[in-house]
Design a protein around this ligand. Sequence first.
Ligand code: BGC
Length: 451
Amino acid sequence: MTDSFQFPRGFLWGAATSAYQVEGSPLADGAGPSIWHRFAHVPGNVHGGDTGDIASDHYRRYKDDVKLMRELGLQAYRFSIAWARVLPEGRGKINRAGLDFYERLVDTLLENGIQPLVTLYHWDLPAALDDRGGWLNPDIAHWFADYASVLYRALDGRVKQWATLNEPWVITDCGYLNGTHAPGHHAAAEVPIASHHLLRAHGTAVQAYRAEGRHDVGIVVNIEPKYAASDGALDRAAVQRADAYMNRQYLDPIFLGKYPDELREIFGAAWQEWPDEDFKLIRQPIDFLGVNYYTRSVTRHDDGAALLKASAVRQDALYSATDWEVFPQGLTDTLMWVRDRYDNPPVFITENGSAFGDPETVEGGTLDDPLRVDYLKQHLRALHGAIAQGCDVRGYMAWSLLDNLEWAHGFSKRFGIVHVDFATQERTCKASARLYAQIIASNGGVLAVEE
Ligand code: BGC
């Protein structure tokens, strides 16, 4: 390979985590329980009975973790705030000790020259708000804006980049339709309602930021490009439904002010129309779009598939431990699609990474993860290709800094570039972390080296 893979000057290189997945100590220092704390403690919900009680112990080890980030040369760290640490009841009284944790984390990052990227909501709703209906209660848009304002007042300036929500599609699909995530509902009719209130909450939090904040606010979505299994009309229509449901359901309202038409067909009688003023709220300008990219799906029409009448066709390709096809070209395609459909907004890749079968313990102090190394290289080359074609991508956050609680998979799936031994909490850089350090140091240059 002779191409130059230099990234634009100022391109931001970092890694990401989320609160419930890494922090541990979920009830420490006056925090309230979240829906994930509650859900994980119900036997059968999480693989192996794993919970976030200790997780990667980041709440207590954050200083060492920041030191590690610095050793790797990370320029940014994307993490999320646990709403119930700051507001144990979800609203009302502020828990100073919870807020202090994030102040200390942010200050430690800044002292080490690492830029904090904050996500306000990465799935751990305060349980007290779920008791009031959670994302199904229209009032949540205001609860969320009030919570966001507490953080803006405390941290804006030190934090210059805020994301409202992480992956609203996963929140509704796994939390309200399939029940595999908290709060564990199985109700198709709830999906469009939860989606709409998530989008309204995003809108109120952006509005609050314009009143309180001085830097950048955006949202993080996962995009999974859909390719038709054949040229037939039925498969092409199935692709449109799958794409509307997973990708356009959230981005169209934010950028275009309306839902995709296919959603009416998908939800049938459960679909409702919402007032115009909601779309004004949802469609406010944002400063950046966070894109999480992991895989694609090749889609075909399937009468037996509930809701979408579409299903994925397995490819003759490499699949990761979470059974996701490794398809780097999908990252280029995704970014070109965002460029063309939504008028080339500034984008950060806020997550990209893979789980492969790493061992639970490390022998001899080093750990080779060739499949992850390859995944990282191929996806960064694909990202470079999108930038070369005019996509306005400003940074890349590897998922994940640390092995962590992979939601319903518990600790059985490892996405970290840094290995965590969950028995001892010892951290070991995998080969992918060492490669990533070289990529950062050369601003991508090392990606041109022949294998
Ligand atoms: C989420 C992460 C998750 C990762 C891998 C994304 O859907 O934002 O929390 O660990 O993908 O599944």
